[in-house]
Design a protein around this ligand. Structure first.
Ligand SMILES: Cc1cc2nc3c(=O)[nH]c(=O)nc-3n(C[C@H](O)[C@H](O)[C@H](O)COP(=O)(O)OP(=O)(O)OC[C@H]3O[C@@H](n4cnc5c(N)ncnc54)[C@H](O)[C@@H]3O)c2cc1C
Length: 409
């Protein structure tokens, strides 16, 4: 066993199922799609009028989870690779001035000179070729939204990503097996995407010094008198049943369980008395990244196309707007038919913060977040950043039917 152990509560996604694929298709999801659910809960279905995309499935440690709190749901990836398995692979580097403002305690020079370039190299960050973008039917939806944005006087920009765009071009040419062009993304990409299991984690395993234990959920942390830590880890089977519990000691402990998982472990340890000296700040200051998903219906003659790549490559960039900054990624809605809907994943400025509290009765954390706190991000009743910008972008002769769903990804 390697000298570094990584317990992961999800599966390793590398074995094909009966259909020959590791991940299931998005349009016909099966048990591989979601984390112990009897029915899929695709993000888009929560705000379309009809639930046309969800399916009944057998509970299983699938790849996408939706963690529900009272006024907020959080989508997370489960498995070796975490969110990188299910995400859109967009690799946006934040504006440096904004980064410094939000994270003043982090050395921006080191991030911009060293770590962002290093991560880009490791993840193979690339950008769609402009000539192909202009001609392919797979990005018609993005060109249509770009036209609308420019008409409203807004600028657009290409968004880099970790999906291999040369692979995508070969998908179109039918030279390779389709993934982004076959509707794959939120339940995993079988090809093309350089997720962490294929990049950083593969490199780590290649050293021979790292072992990843899957279906291992860390439940508790405590500290030994000599300064080392001990983890209580439940091993589960594919029905979710705990089949063994063991304790693992370590000299150095690094927590990388995501904002929910890490916060839960720390809060439980502090409140249960195992790590009583953890600072009071743990669990405070949680935000949504200002992310909102918004959509509108186009006029019937303005088609977005039945062929849509699942990987966004363009955004409306009004992030320099001093009062209502927004960076709205132009997102696909790949349903395999013409639906006349333009979709946006808009990053807005929302300074609202929530907090987590440990609930002893359920041994879980609760998120204190109210619906009102979504308001600065919503394109809703109040004129806000994204509403002003997007409804301007979609204004003129375009009908705005603001369908919206606040969510954190
Ligand atoms: C649908 C979707 C689309 C997204 N699109 C983009 C995008 O295009 N671009 C972008 O930059 N970001 C995107 N994101 C966000 C991005 O994926 C996340 O910000 C990122 O994955 C967070 O990384 P992390 O390592 O902090 O946590 P995670 O990726 O969540 O990794 C945490 C891991 O820890 C495991 N874990 C948690 N608790 C425990 C425990 N107690 N014991 C053992 N294991 C545990 C989890 O199963 C998981 O594998 C998207 C996210 C989603 C869900």
């Amino acid at each position: 066993m390697g000298r570094t152990l990584v317990p992961e509560r999800g599966r390793l996604w590398n074995q094909p199922a009966e259909d020959g694929k590791v991940f299931c298709p998005m349009r016909v999801p099966d048990r591989r799609s979601m984390w112990f659910r009897a029915r899929t809960e695709a993000p888009l279905a929560t705000f379309l009028w009809l639930d046309v995309v969800n399916r009944d499935i057998t509970p299983y440690p699938g790849v996408l989870d939706r963690v529900r709190f009272d006024a907020m749901s959080v989508y997370v990836g489960r498995g070796v690779g975490g969110g990188s398995l299910v995400n859109g692979g967009m690799a946006v580097t934040p504006a440096r001035a904004y980064f410094s403002k939000v994270l003043p305690q982090v050395d921006a020079a080191e991030m911009y000179d060293r770590y962002f370039p290093l991560a880009h190299r490791m993840l193979g960050v690339n950008t769609v070729a402009p000539d192909w973008f202009e001609s392919t039917k797979w990005y018609r939806f993005a060109r249509v939204s770009r036209t609308h944005a420019h008409r409203a006087g807004l600028r657009t920009t290409f968004v880099p990503g970790v999906y291999d765009f040369s692979y995508m071009r070969r998908e179109e040419a039918r030279e390779v097996i389709k993934s982004a062009l076959a509707g794959e993304v939120i339940y995993g990409n079988n090809h093309g995407k350089r997720s962490l299991d294929r990049t950083y984690l593969a490199a780590a395993l290649g050293t021979g010094e790292v072992t990843i234990e899957t279906l291992h959920r860390v439940r508790a942390i405590r500290q030994e008198p000599d300064g080392g830590h001990v983890l209580t880890v439940d091993r589960t089977d594919e029905t979710g049943r705990v089949i063994a519990t063991r304790e693992i000691g370590c000299r150095h402990l690094f927590l990388g369980a995501g904002s929910l998982g890490t916060t839960e472990l720390l809060l439980r340890a502090r409140e249960a008395g195992a790590l009583p000296d953890l600072p009071v700040e743990v669990g405070l200051g949680w935000g949504t990244n200002g992310n909102v998903m918004t959509a509108r219906a186009n006029h019937v003659w303005d088609t977005t196309g039945e062929c849509q790549s699942t990987i966004p490559v363009m955004a409306i960039d009004d992030s320099a707007n001093p009062t209502t900054p927004v960076f709205a990624e132009i997102a696909p809605l790949p349903m395999g038919l013409e639906h006349w809907i333009s979709l946006y994943l808009a990053i807005t400025r929302n300074l609202e913060r929530g907090s987590f509290a440990y609930d002893r009765a359920t041994d879980a954390v609760k998120l204190r977040w109210t619906h009102d706190q979504n308001q600065p991000s919503n394109c809703g009743a109040q004129p806000t950043a994204s509403e002003e910008v997007l409804s301007t972008a979609l204004g003129g002769d375009w009908e705005f039917r603001g369908i919206r769903a606040p969510q954190r990804t």
